[in-house]
Write a protein that binds this ligand. Structure first.
Ligand code: ZN
Length: 297
């Protein structure tokens, strides 16, 4: 009798060990595959190049931008409505990262002390995929101040003060860990604009940014597994005034920006489904749509 009992409990023990193993393997597979849809592991790379004028970009030879589909969009909200906002970096990056205008996110000007009133991509992605790896490398730390607690969802939240080349180097190093959402902010183009206006120095800063973009796309393409599907979006926060030295106002050249993507769907969506100019809010909402996270209203 005693022997029998032992046999049963051994068997039960064996079953429960197998069950535990099964559960562990299951949870491990969720840990490694955070954002999976139909066996595709979806990943998003968002690259922001501060102050890059769309007209100049179109005029110059930029072979790496040519690898992407590029469309015009507008920043600064809709003129003469409650959504109108300054074409400065603070309000614009907040719009890019939250998918709403400043009347909702409340980053109404460049100010470190303002805290976004709307959850950003970091928070939204984390809510649905708590295991997702989120990383961010930026040149201007006000972006983190404005995002406030949301940036704590990123495993790596780096600020590189020196120059864009160093930021790109760090970003490429972090891409090796296969993040699910990666944000890179570059600033040398905006600095060239403020220092020199539209000039050969400004043109060169865009050519340099194009080379850096090429390096990043190469790293992604050379290292991706068959099941990994990348949505790459490249954008800027605002245009520039006539001289190229300033921005902040509502002129066409300050309001018109661009987004470039490797994904035909999010490009064609513009021509097939959206009539009129595309708002800057489209970027975050495309990313949420791609990752099957319910977009904000
Ligand atoms: Zn600027």
């Amino acid at each position: 009798m005693i022997i029998n009992l032992c046999l049963i409990s051994n068997k039960r023990l064996k079953i429960s060990i197998n069950y535990l193993l099964f559960i562990t393997l299951l949870s491990l597979s969720f840990l490694t595959v955070a954002v999976t849809m139909n066996k595709e592991e979806r990943k998003v790379i968002l690259i922001g190049i501060d102050g890059m004028d769309y007209q100049t970009l179109q005029r110059l030879a930029t072979p790496n931008f040519d690898r992407l589909y590029t469309s015009e969009l507008f920043t600064g909200g809709e003129l003469n409505t409650e959504t109108e906002q300054q074409t400065y970096s603070g309000p614009s990056w907040a719009t890019i990262l939250t998918g709403v205008w400043a009347n909702q996110h409340q980053i109404i000007k460049n100010d470190k002390n303002l805290k976004s009133a709307t959850p950003s991509l970091f928070d939204r992605i984390n809510q649905v995929y708590p295991q997702a790896k989120l990383i961010s490398v930026i040149r201007w730390d006000t972006i983190y101040d404005n995002l406030y607690s949301d940036i704590s969802f990123a495993q790596h939240k780096i600020v590189i003060k020196e120059h864009d080349f160093k930021a790109v180097e760090k970003f490429i190093e972090l891409l090796k860990n296969k993040p699910d959402f990666a944000f890179l902010h570059l600033d040398d183009v905006d600095h060239a604009g403020h220092d020199f206006g539209f000039s050969k120095e400004y043109d060169q800063s865009i050519i340099d940014a194009d080379l850096m973009l090429g390096k990043i796309i190469d790293v992604i393409e050379n290292n991706k597994q068959v099941n990994e599907k990348y949505l790459i979006i490249v954008t800027t926060d605002h245009g520039r005034n006539n001289s190229g030295k300033e921005h902040g106002g509502q002129s066409n050249s300050e309001k018109i920006t661009f987004y470039a993507t490797n994904n035909d769907f999010y490009h064609r969506k513009k021509t097939l489904q959206i009539t009129g100019a595309i708002p800057q809010t489209y970027i975050a909402n495309s990313i949420l749509d791609y990752l099957h996270v319910t977009p904000l209203k």
